[in-house]
Design a protein around this ligand. Structure first.
Ligand SMILES: C[S@@+](CC[C@H](N)C(=O)[O-])C[C@H]1O[C@@H](n2cnc3c(N)ncnc32)[C@H](O)[C@@H]1O
Length: 208
């Protein structure tokens, strides 16, 4: 399989969260154009899944790993009135802030504890974050905790992360009646214009 080059290759190769944040800080100003050129699909898939499983008007929503706001900029138009952004990269959040789509921006890291109350959000969306070198299955438990009963978590999961404990984690959470996976897409290539992109899938999880 071909290696990714440039900014994408670097973020996938990052070993520590601070390194990931610094690399995204440096990429922030050209991220939207680069992803448009790559035909980036995760935001569209996440928006489709969210609007299928979470009623218009549901609030508040959290965009976890919001980046420059490629998802958030559509959510208001789609009828979700209050969306907050979380990301580890201040540079990405600064671009997101300029779009004016978020009611609050949080510079925080997924994978550890989050400073939100249990059930704080009606819905959570996380596009392109459960991927190589970013966040693995360990990031899911806090998102579940801060999603209210009956709420929905929509996320994408790269196949390598899926096979590296994510699928087993979902099975276990379903067995314990913590969540129900209400939709799982077929694996698809998220960046058709980027050679060697490992497929991923979209999931909609209902908090029980
Ligand atoms: C591929 S981008 C996706 C951004 C946006 N969701 C989108 O679809 O365009 C991945 C984002 O996850 C963020 N990220 C990576 N690791 C993170 C972590 N541990 N906690 C929070 N954000 C993280 C990066 O800073 C980056 O903005």
């Amino acid at each position: 399989m071909a290696e990714h080059e440039g900014a994408l290759g670097a973020v996938y190769a990052a070993k520590r969260p601070e390194e990931v944040a610094a690399l995204y800080d440096g990429w922030a100003s050209t991220y939207d154009a680069d992803m448009a050129a790559a035909g980036y699909r995760h935001p569209s898939i996440c928006l489709a899944l969210l609007s299928r499983h979470l009623p218009r008007g549901a609030a508040p929503l959290l965009d976890a790993g919001a980046g420059t706001g490629l998802v958030g900029e559509w959510l208001g138009i789609m009828g979700y009135p209050h969306v907050e952004a979380l990301d580890i990269s201040p540079g990405m959040l600064a671009v997101a802030e300029r779009k004016g789509a978020y009611k609050a921006l949080h510079r925080l890291a997924l994978g550890g504890e989050l400073p939100f109350a249990d059930g704080a959000f009606a819905g959570i969306v996380s596009a392109g974050v459960f991927t190589t070198g970013h966040v693995g299955v360990e990031g899911l438990s806090e998102l579940i905790r801060i999603c209210r009963t009956g709420g929905v978590i929509v996320l994408t999961v790269k196949d390598t992360v899926w096979e590296d404990g994510f699928a087993a984690g979902i099975d276990e959470l379903e067995r314990r009646n913590v969540i129900r996976c209400v939709e799982e897409t077929e694996p698809y290539v998220s960046m058709p214009g980027e050679k060697g992109t490992v497929p991923g899938r979209g999931l909609a999880l209902r908090r029980l």
